[in-house]
Design a protein around this ligand. Structure first.
Ligand SMILES: *[C@@H]1O[C@H](CO)[C@@H](O)[C@H](O)[C@H]1NC(C)=O
Ligand SMILES: *[C@@H]1O[C@H](CO)[C@@H](O)[C@H](O)[C@H]1NC(C)=O
Ligand SMILES: *[C@@H]1O[C@H](CO)[C@@H](O)[C@H](O)[C@H]1NC(C)=O
Ligand SMILES: *[C@@H]1O[C@H](CO)[C@@H](O)[C@H](O)[C@H]1NC(C)=O
Length: 501
């Protein structure tokens, strides 16, 4: 725009030269008029075009309507696709590609790729499921089998309802079973052989290389009231602010961990790496005192205040742990004790790019080497920290978490070989039915994480499945890089031993 103003001023100076001899006034005057006229007409056009471009289509807000839930607990009909004007995608709708970890949607659904999914298979997954969820015409219907631990089921369902508010009418009809317990249960070895049954599709928060469970974002993205962990969107902002306050160089030059060791043997084992009078493995580890913390509302567990060390250890609990994203977000180097489980995004983390691999069977020496290396290669160590937090801030923002759910559910729905119907014992579920009657922190987190308007642009564009060779290469590259760290570590300890002789 500035350029065109300058050009206009130039042309005024040339064409509208009032100092020219009288005889030329008329000519100059008309030319000038022409130029001004032309400018005005184009500039008006210009403005109208840019209005179209810059003002988004009117944002439709869908407030939480608690009036109709007062006595009857029915769901209002105001935010379903039939009640909404169609949302025009933005004119310049260049599709945004999804982050790399969306590839794993194809892998998780591969067991049913050729046969599809029948109702018999889905129903068979009821053995351990906490609930069955059916989506029909953008509405959700729930049959609860067993209440989950804490509010895992509540916030998982809340998340799915927010997805329906975000993409009204776009989430296809489906029927799924969800298990909120930590560890995966659909063992692949039970479904091998020619006459074997097809595995039942079961959604949960994690999987491992011996199971077919389908990984879905965990409840903590919408909040975890029992531990006072805020919805991810807010918490990510807090963590980002915290990072700015304490630079990497000013942080404690040790590896920090704090958590509940009781849930896993390997965590108890990690406690042995703590600093003592005899040894310093560069680790500073702390037990979380759950009873005391519950009493104090988890004030000692403010995650945004836990980015105080240059290195942070991630170690699994009874299965994957929700803490991974909080640790990666710290700007510190994540020391990742070789995991057995994955959740929906962790399979795309790259060793020596997003984290430093720690040997599960030799943790203390591995940690000592990593911290020594980092303190001697501060720039490279900081790069590892920054790469992890930008992965989290960019690829794992809520927009993409919702898009992951959207694509996973859409791909899953494509595999269904039957038309889902409302199970006899199911009840309709909507944000109102959950939030209007909720109390305390539960209500706060629901309102804080509520999707207020449908998204005007389309979901990110889903990557096509990786070729088997590309998938193999990905895994091999990861293993090679871990091997390289192990070799470095071995050399380091040989040198230490030589010096001690
Ligand atoms: C909802 O219930 C409360 C108390 O039960 C009552 O005071 C209020 O008037 C009711 N609102 C509507 C819209 O029915
Ligand atoms: C699970 O499904 C089977 C049929 O496959 C049925 O007999 C059983 O009652 C179901 N269990 C629950 C808890 O609904
Ligand atoms: C680890 O060592 C620190 C420093 O001595 C101590 O404060 C902390 O309680 C120890 N952690 C455990 C789990 O013993
Ligand atoms: C599966 O995971 C286990 C434990 O994490 C590991 O020892 C094993 O090598 C893995 N197997 C394959 C085929 O990747």
């Amino acid at each position: 725009m500035q350029g065109s103003y300058r050009r206009l001023a130039e042309s005024f100076r040339h064409q509208c030269n009032w100092n020219k001899p009288h005889t030329r006034y008329t000519f100059a005057f008309f030319t000038c008029l022409l130029v001004v006229g032309a400018y005005l007409s184009t500039s008006i056009l210009d403005i109208s075009v840019s209005v179209n471009k810059e003002l988004p289509t009117k944002i439709i807000e869908i407030p939480l309507d608690c009036s109709s839930t007062n006595q009857t607990k029915t769901c209002p009909a105001n935010y379903y696709p039939s009640a909404l004007p169609t949302i025009r995608p933005r004119s310049s709708s260049i599709l945004l590609s999804c982050p790399h970890y969306f590839h794993w949607i194809h892998e998780d659904l591969r067991p049913w790729k050729d046969t599809g999914i029948t109702e018999e298979m889905v129903v068979r997954a009821n053995r351990t499921a906490n609930f069955r969820l059916v989506i029909l015409n953008g509405r959700a219907y729930l049959e609860t089998y067993v209440k989950s631990f804490q509010t895992r089921d509540v916030f998982t369902l809340w998340g799915i309802l927010q997805l329906l508010r975000r993409y009204p009418g776009k989430v296809p009809d489906l029927d799924l079973m969800f298990d909120c317990v930590d560890w995966p249960v659909i063992k692949s070895s039970d479904y091998q052989g020619l006459n074997a049954l097809k595995p039942p599709p079961l959604f949960r928060y994690c999987g491992n290389n011996q199971t077919f469970d389908i990984a879905f974002p965990d409840w903590s993205f919408w909040g975890w009231p029992e531990t006072n962990i805020k919805p991810w969107e807010q918490l990510m902002g807090d963590l980002n602010e915290g990072n700015k306050k304490l630079r990497w160089m000013d942080r404690e030059p040790y590896a920090f961990w704090k958590g509940n060791p009781k849930v896993a043997e390997k965590r108890v084992d990690l406690l042995k790496c703590n600093v003592s009078e005899k040894q310093d493995w560069n680790a500073r580890v702390y037990k979380q005192d759950w009873d005391k913390e519950i009493e104090e509302g988890f004030k000692q567990s403010d995650l945004a205040k836990q980015c105080t060390h240059r290195y942070k250890i991630y170690i699994e609990g009874s299965a994957w742990s929700v803490s991974e994203k909080y640790i990666l977000a710290c700007d510190s180097v994540t020391l990742l004790v070789t995991p057995d489980y994955y959740d929906f995004f962790t399979r795309s983390l790259v060793p020596m790019q997003h984290y430093w691999p720690i040997k599960a069977e030799d943790k203390c020496r591995s940690i000592k080497f990593a911290v020594d290396w980092g303190n001697n290669h501060k720039e490279k160590a900081q790069e590892l920290g920054t790469a992890a937090s930008s992965f989290v801030q960019n690829d794992l923002k809520m927009d993409f978490v919702y898009d992951y759910m959207f694509h996973l559910l859409s791909e899953y729905s494509k595999l269904l070989r039957y038309k889902p119907k409302i199970p006899p014992k199911a009840v309709e579920l909507c944000s109102e039915a959950m939030a209007c009657h909720a109390q305390g922190l539960e209500k706060t987190f629901m309102l804080d994480s509520m999707v207020k308007s449908p998204k005007e642009s389309s979901p990110c564009s889903m990557p096509s499945p990786l070729e088997p060779s590309a998938l193999k290469q990905l895994i091999e590259r990861k293993q090679a890089s871990i091997k390289q760290v192990e070799l470095g570590e071995q050399k380091y300890w040989e040198k230490v031993q030589d010096q001690q002789r």
